[in-house]
Structure formats: C-alpha cells, structure tokens
Design a protein around this ligand. Sequence first.
Ligand code: B12
Length: 220
Amino acid sequence: MTKEKLYKGLADAVVDMDESTVARLSEEAVCNRFDAYETIDMGLAKGMERAGQLFEDEEYFVPELLMCSEALTVGVDILKPHIRRSEREDKHKIVIGVIRGDTHDIGKNLVKLMLSSAGFEVVDLGRDVPTNTFVDRAVEESARIIMISSLMTTTMEGMKEVVSILQERGIRSRFKVVIGGGPVSQGFADKIGADAYSPNANHAVRLANELVREDAREPK
Ligand code: B12
C-alpha cells in the first residue's frame, strides 16, 4: 500500500471509530518503515480534525468524538516507540498544559509527543491546570518555555493570567510563553504579551527550536 493510501485509511478509520483498522494500519506503517511521526501527523491527526468538523456540523456528538479519540490513541501507542528521536546536547525543558477550565487534551498530547520526539524534555501538567501552577512548575523545573493550550473561547483568558503572574513576580524574561489551540491566534498572542503562537504540533517544534536558538544568542 502507498503511503498516501495508508494515511488516508488511517484518517478514515479514526473518523469511523474503527480501532482494529487503526491498529492494523499503524502496524503496517511500522512494518513498511514509514516515518512514524509523519504517520501520526498525516494520518491519525487528520482523522481527528475531520471528526472535529463533523462535530461542528452536528453529525457527531460527544460519544462519537470520544470513540474517535480512543481510536487515535490506539494508533499513537503503536507508532510512538518508532518515532525517530533527535538527540540534542542541550535539552531545553518545556512545561506544557491545558489551561484552567478546559479538559480538551488531544491537541496538547500531540504537541507534547512531537516535542519529546524532537529531543525536548517535556513536563506535562495535564489539563484543567490552574494559572499559578504553570508558573510554579516552570520555576521548580527550571524550564525555559511554557506552552499553554486552550480549545475554548471561555478559557483562553487564563493564558493572559499566566503572563500577568510572570510579570507580577518579576520573572517574565526568564520564560518564553507559547500558546496554541483552536480559538487562539497570533493576534491574541500579541494582545496578551505571549512570545509566540503556533497553529499545530509540527510548527510548535520548529518554533521551540527557534526560541532555543534565540535564547542562546541573548546575553546572559
Ligand atoms: C474532541 C472535542 C471534545 C472532546 C475532548 C476529548 C479530549 N480528551 O480532548 C470532548 C467530547 C470530551 C469535548 C468536551 C467538551 N467540548 Co469539545 N470539542 C472537541 C472538538 C470536536 C475537537 C478538538 C480536538 O481534539 N481536535 C483535534 C486536535 C488534534 O486538534 P487541536 O486540539 O486543535 O490541536 C492542534 C492545534 O490546535 C495545536 N495546539 C493545540 N494546543 C496547543 C498548545 C500549544 C502550546 C501549541 C503550540 C499548539 C497547540 O496543535 C494541535 C495538533 O496539531 C472541538 C471542535 C474543533 N473542531 O476543534 C470541540 C470544542 C473545542 N468543544 C467545545 C465544547 C463547548 C465542549 C464542551 C463544553 C461540551 C460540549 N457542549 O460539547 C466540553 C468541554 C469540557 C471542558 N470543560 O473542557 C467547543 C468550544 C466552544 C468555545 N467556547 O470556544 C468546540 C470548539 C466545539 C464547538 N464548536 O462547539 N470536546
């Protein structure tokens, strides 16, 4: 089977909540030595995007979405051990979490997976994370980057609070704040004083690498 056909098959199987086909095709991707990272990105994640669209169109409801995300997880579990890890000498630590009030964590989990595959050490704070916790844990872990996810317009304001807490404590310049998720945009990032916005997991990795390079250039 060609790569394109397999990716489409995987996306379809996520949409169809078909765990056994997801498992079979994910194993086939591994046997054919297709790039595991690309298989997740172009196959499984695309299927979840389409499921999200069906939810918007009121063709799918909460139970269907949960089954789609379970199917996606079956595939991720098979592919994850085969992602080629790039080793970095100077691993930067990133804390990542979903903001308070929000329990959508499929996207955050994908971002985390891609970042750790790229060699970053990622501390996952989980979902529904209080704003103070982002700051406390970033300090405790001596992280350099704080990544915050929000999927709802009602919770995105919490991201601004994280930036404000950093400012109030006088430690804003110690951390780069990166935000992402459905309702978030570059404009919103600028408005709340975040350092960057990223629309997807792949881009988030590129961005993290850029921030690390910038960090290395800044005078200490
Ligand atoms: C799946 C889903 C659910 C699942 C979540 C399962 C889980 N464990 O995550 C369930 C069914 C549980 C659920 C529940 C609810 N949901 Co819901 N859900 C969705 C849905 C359909 C898809 C989200 C998703 O997983 N997409 C797939 C992933 C891969 O994409 P992603 O999350 O966007 O992530 C990518 C990028 O955004 C980016 N990214 C994400 N985070 C970050 C972070 C950083 C730092 C970076 C750099 C990048 C980044 O990278 C990711 C990968 O490329 C969206 C609609 C949509 N189309 O987005 C609604 C949606 C988010 N839900 C919504 C709502 C209202 C709810 C509920 C309140 C119940 C309800 N009435 O439906 C509850 C909320 C509970 C709560 N308090 O959190 C609304 C939010 C509306 C709003 N106010 O803005 C949406 C937009 C649907 C809608 N139009 O009404 N939901």
